[in-house]
Structures are given as structure tokens and as C-alpha cells.
Design a protein around this ligand. Structure first.
Ligand code: PEP
Ligand code: MN
Length: 353
């Protein structure tokens, strides 16, 4: 599946493939005002949530089918294509009935294989693009499983949306980007179009521009950006939506780098990276060998594999050292935890021999 496969007629193939529009359709006036401003900016595909999965009851759960008539009016009056999220068979039938041009499956729905299967079956024989958001939890297989369910019923215009992953400790982001997960998806399915949703990753207006640039630098095919005529007054996700004017500025600011073949200079630098990775792997293997010698010693002296004090000391000294060397502390912690986990696994193998 190439990016071309999800392009609707008249939408060009230059990056970024763009979808913009409010988190939710709220009123006819809000939908039409936003739509007109977007169309004037050259946006070709509008988004608007009609059914909203909210974490807790009592929030705005979407206007429902009534809003589909507004989207139809958007098509008629602006010529833009329209898109919305579907979470059940009924949503699919309703959206198709009103001529919605592109559908996506939301993060909470992707996490539920029964729901995805039901939607896939409702979409059988339908020829419009369907995009699958990553599941809320960082599970690449679950994401791929949902894409496969759509492909298994014969859909061909399939793409993915990266919207970040929820985590217990919230820091800068509403949903952690964990870029390595969509990058691994791209590695496994090089032709699958993947677009980025900076709005749900960032959760804050100020983060939209840098996230868009990062997505472009990581060779994502497109962007889906929540855009509202009056963001502060939005009925859902108010803090992350931008105005159509701000959207225009963001798009104009993006540097779109060539994702094609590298130049000579780049291949030279890449050779250096290959060499450094080689050295890293050899060093890691060497570290594992020493760790196995320690395991043999522990076995002979009946010691436990994990010696908490020692692990603590390794963490603290290495993390501090990494920070001095200009690396992020959290990054170093993740690396050390992974190394420690593999080291423990190899030691346990020896102890149980
Ligand atoms: C949305 O797109 O408004 C939405 C609900 O997103 P997600 O499924 O990524 O939470
Ligand atoms: Mn939203």
C-alpha cells in the first residue's frame, strides 16, 4: 500500500498528506465556519468527530448523526472531503449513508479486536480510505492486527495514524510519542502510509508545530491536526486545538526534507553509524560474557541474581555520567534497564543449569 492508495482524487501526493478540522462537530455554525476557513487555506480533507469516546461519562460524547448532515453541507459548499471516527457497525453505516469520504478507527477502539472485526465486516466491499490509530497501549502487534483485520476483508486503501501512547506518569506529552513504534511499523510495512496526530500526542497547542516538524523529519507521510474556529471554547480537547490561521503558519513553517536516496556525504556518515553500532554490539556482548562469569560465581556461593544495592549504584552513577555527556537521564535509564534485564535473563539461565 502506497501513500497513493489513500489519496482521494485531487489530493496531491506531496508530503504532508493533511487532514484538519475540529476534534468534534459541535454546532452547524462551528462546523461551517471552521470548514470555510480551512478550505480557504487549501485544506482538502476535513475531520470532525461525530461520536466521541470519552474516558469518563458526562463529557461531550459527540453530536451524533445530526452532525453528519453538517459534514454533507461542508462537502457541498466547500468541495472538501470529510472524515470522521467510527467505533461501531452503526457508525459505519451512518457515515457511509451521509457520504463521508474517509474513516478512521480511534485508539480506544483499535485496542479491542472484537470492535475492529465488527467494523471491518461492516466495511466489506467499501472503497474509501480507512486509517487505523495506534491502540492506547504501546502494542505494535495489536495495531498491526487491526490493520490486518481490515485487509482481510478486502480493503485496500488502508493507512495508520500515530497518536502516541498513554502512560501513567504524564510529563510533557498527553500521550508519549514512542517514535520507535511507528518507525518499526514502517520498517515492517514500508509501503503503508503513516500519518502523525500531533494534537493527541501533544495535548497542548504549543507542542503542535515541533511535533509536526519531528514527524516530517521522521519521514511520516502526513498529519492530522485538530483545528477549530474558536479553540478555547471547544467542547472537547480545547487545549490542543489550533485556529485555521495558526494551522496555516504551522504548515508554512515546516521544513520538508527529501526522504529519498541519500547523498554521498550522508552515506559516509551512515557508514560511521554502522561501525559505531557494531562496536556497541560487541561491547554489549562482552558485558554479557562478564555478567555470565559473575553468575557462575553467584551459583558457587549461593547468592541471589539481583543484588539491589549494586543495581542501584549502577543506575545512579551511569545516569549521572550520561547527563554530563549531554544525554537525557530517562533515555539512559531505559537503556540500563534493558541491559540489566537481558543480563539477569542470562544469569538465571546459568543458575538453573
Ligand atoms: C480524536 O481523534 O479526536 C480522538 C478521540 O482521538 P484518539 O482516538 O487518538 O484518542
Ligand atoms: Mn480530540
Amino acid at each position: 500500500m502506497k501513500l497513493e492508495s489513500i489519496l482521494l482524487p485531487g489530493v496531491d501526493a506531496n508530503r504532508p498528506f493533511l487532514i484538519a478540522g475540529p476534534c468534534s462537530a459541535e454546532t452547524e455554525e462551528q462546523v461551517m465556519t471552521t470548514a470555510k476557513a480551512l478550505a480557504e487555506n487549501g485544506v482538502k480533507i476535513m475531520r470532525a468527530g461525530i461520536w466521541k469516546p470519552r474516558t469518563k461519562p458526562g463529557g461531550f460524547e459527540g453530536i451524533g448523526s445530526e452532525g453528519l448532515a453538517w459534514l454533507k453541507k461542508v462537502k457541498q459548499e466547500t468541495g472538501m472531503y470529510v472524515s470522521t471516527e467510527v467505533a461501531t457497525q452503526k457508525h459505519v453505516y451512518e457515515a457511509l449513508k451521509y457520504g463521508v469520504d474517509l474513516l478512521w478507527i480511534g485508539a480506544r477502539t483499535t485496542a479491542n479486536p472484537f470492535a475492529v472485526q465488527e467494523i471491518a465486516e461492516a466495511l466489506q466491499g467499501v472503497d474509501i480510505p480507512v486509517l487505523v490509530k495506534n491502540p492506547v497501549n504501546p502494542d505494535l502487534e495489536l495495531w498491526i492486527g487491526a490493520l490486518e483485520r481490515l485487509s482481510n476483508v478486502g480493503l485496500t486503501k488502508i493507512g495508520a495514524i500515530h497518536r502516541g501512547f498513554s502512560s501513567y506518569d504524564k510529563k510533557i506529552y498527553r500521550n508519549l510519542p514512542q517514535w520507535h513504534i511507528p518507525i518499526e511499523l514502517k520498517r515492517r510495512y514500508p509501503d503503508l502510509p503513516i500519518i502523525c496526530d500531533p494534537s493527541h500526542i501533544g495535548g497542548k497547542r504549543d507542542l503542535i508545530q515541533p511535533l509536526c516538524q519531528q514527524a516530517m523529519d521522521l519521514a511520516f507521510d502526513g498529519l492530522i491536526i485538530e483545528t477549530h474556529c474558536n479553540p478555547e471554547a471547544a467542547w472537547s480537547d480545547a487545549s490542543q486545538q489550533v485556529t485555521p490561521a495558526r494551522l496555516k503558519e504551522i504548515l508554512a513553517s515546516l521544513v520538508i526534507r527529501d526522504k529519498g536516496q541519500s547523498t554521498e556525504d550522508l552515506s559516509d556518515l551512515r557508514r560511521q553509524i554502522d561501525e559505531l553500532d557494531n562496536q556497541l554490539l560487541e561491547l554489549l556482548a562482552k558485558r554479557m560474557r562478564v555478567s555470565k562469569e559473575i553468575a557462575t560465581f553467584k551459583k558457587e556461593h549461593s547468592l541471589t541474581v539481583v543484588q539491589t544495592g549494586r543495581y542501584d549504584e549502577i543506575m545512579n552513577t551511569r545516569v549521572a555520567q550520561a547527563a554530563e555527556m549531554g544525554m537525557d537521564k530517562d533515555f539512559m535509564r531505559v537503556v540500563l534497564e534493558a541491559i540489566h534485564e537481558e543480563s539477569v535473563r542470562q544469569q538465571v539461565e546459568i543458575l538453573n543449569k
